[in-house]
Design a binder for this molecule. Structure first.
Ligand SMILES: [Zn+2]
Ligand SMILES: [Zn+2]
Ligand SMILES: [Zn+2]
Ligand SMILES: [Zn+2]
Length: 433
């Protein structure tokens, strides 16, 4: 395609290298076919394009131009990006105008072929063509691959694009006018622009306020998004400033962009660990429902504490013990809201009950470290029932918290704590917390 045109600047001999400032003057010329397009046909055309897409493509033009200018002048002593910007801009506009006129027709022919990438979205098409143009402007020097990948090149491109933005080299309304034409060229399915035609200017004027592509602004306070009328619902569903009810169903209403933070900080429905998490209650509880959970699950919380006290005891035995403790305490346990306070109350009550007896068939000789939990058996439903076949084991309560309420296996270490024939030592401190 196009090769870099030779510099038209006079050869400088003593002058310092030219500034990289792009010309800020009004040197841009619209190609003839853009001017003509507006006058074609007798009908009055509605020209409105999708506002969001128009903006997005308009934003892509400056970096594209900057890339072409930098890559065209890399390594040149007397040619700077600024010195070629006006020429290359003109070429870019001509190139994009011509290519968008034929791109869709060509891509239909080429579809399925290995040669050409095929894009559907107008943005993708135009971005691809901008890139194609920039590649064609690379000079010999910039084709060295190491340069193309260098950070310095990226910086130069960013800087030059920014300079052009600041000094108004290519004002946004000019770019928008060009993009409008490009967009219509590639949007053959009419998804992103209005193609309605009218016989009279009056009819067109009547249509414009109701055109589905007319530009709307978001009404939510703080949001300055602009979009086509047919995208109102789509924007509304993602607008960061829309006020919506809390996603975790607390009574609060807040703007969407603050939802995540609310939900993990102040929301009363935020899930928190139960205060008895460390002893085995792994249920996540909404922070405002902790009290409710504590009274509803008291039975289980007591069970977890007993599991910590009697490592070797089967759950069925401990569940009965919980019932006995609750009966004996008569509601006094309900206001113990921490592991420490509930543990100490449970121990107090537990001490007033007959010692908990666990039947095992463990051999007398079995060494303590080889205690096999699976050899334990409970005869009958009452843990206190003596069984002639087994040994009578009373476990002391000093031990680590259990891992879960469903655990049937006692950790091996508890064998060290079992004291045969002795009473439960309720004065021991547990090491919860
Ligand atoms: Zn329209
Ligand atoms: Zn909005
Ligand atoms: Zn909330
Ligand atoms: Zn709990």
């Amino acid at each position: 395609m196009m090769e870099a045109s030779p510099s038209t600047e006079p050869p400088a001999t003593t002058d310092p290298p030219p500034t990289t400032e792009p010309p800020s003057g009004d040197v841009e010329n619209l190609p003839e076919n853009i001017k003509d397009a507006k006058e074609a046909g007798p009908a009055f055309h509605c020209d409105i394009c999708d506002a969001e897409l128009l903006f997005k493509i308009t934003q892509a033009l400056l970096p594209g131009l900057a890339t072409a200018c930098v890559d065209n002048t890399t390594g040149g002593v007397f040619r700077s990006p600024g010195s070629v910007a006006a020429d290359i801009r003109k070429e870019l506009v001509e190139y994009l105008t011509q290519r968008t006129e034929t791109y869709v027709a060509e891509s239909v022919v080429q579809e399925g072929g290995p040669e050409m990438e095929v894009f559907d979205n107008p943005y993708d098409i135009i971005a691809f063509l901008i890139d194609e143009f920039a590649v064609s402007k690379r000079n010999l020097f910039s084709r060295v691959s190491a340069l193309l990948l260098s950070e310095r090149r990226e910086d130069s491109i960013d800087d030059f694009a920014q300079q052009m933005e600041i000094n108004g080299f290519w004002p946004v309304d000019r770019r928008e006018a060009i993009v409008q034409t490009l967009l219509k060229n590639v949007d053959v399915k009419n998804e992103y622009h209005c193609n309605m035609k009218f016989e009279t200017a009056e009819e067109l004027a009547l249509h414009v306020p109701t055109c589905s592509f007319r530009v709307m602004t978001c009404e939510n306070e703080g949001c300055d998004a602009r979009f086509s009328a047919n995208k109102v619902e789509k924007h509304d569903s993602v607008c960061p400033f829309k006020i919506i009810p809390c996603e975790q169903k607390c009574p609060a209403f807040l703007i969407r962009r603050e939802m995540d933070r609310h939900c993990i900080t102040v929301c009363p429905m935020k899930l928190v660990n139960c205060p008895f998490f460390s002893v085995g209650c792994k249920t996540g509880v909404p922070s405002c429902k902790i009290e409710e959970h504590q009274s509803q699950e008291l039975h289980y919380h007591i069970l977890y504490i007993l599991q910590g006290m009697y490592k070797d005891a089967p759950d069925e035995v401990l569940k009965e013990r919980v019932d006995q403790i609750e009966e004996k305490a008569g509601g006094r346990l309900a206001n113990a809201k921490t592991v420490r306070s509930l543990t100490s109350k449970v121990k107090d009550v537990d001490a007033k009950l007959p010692p908990l007896v666990i039947e095992t068939k463990k051999e007398e000789e079995t060494s303590e470290t080889e205690a096999k939990p699976e050899s334990r058996e409970v005869s009958g439903t009452n843990g206190n029932t003596e069984n002639a076949a087994g040994t009578k084991e009373v476990v002391n309560s000093e031990s680590a918290p259990p891992s879960s309420k469903d655990s049937e296996e006692a950790p091996e270490a508890t064998a060290e704590n079992s004291v045969k024939g002795s009473e439960v030592d309720t004065k021991n401190e547990t090491n919860e917390d």
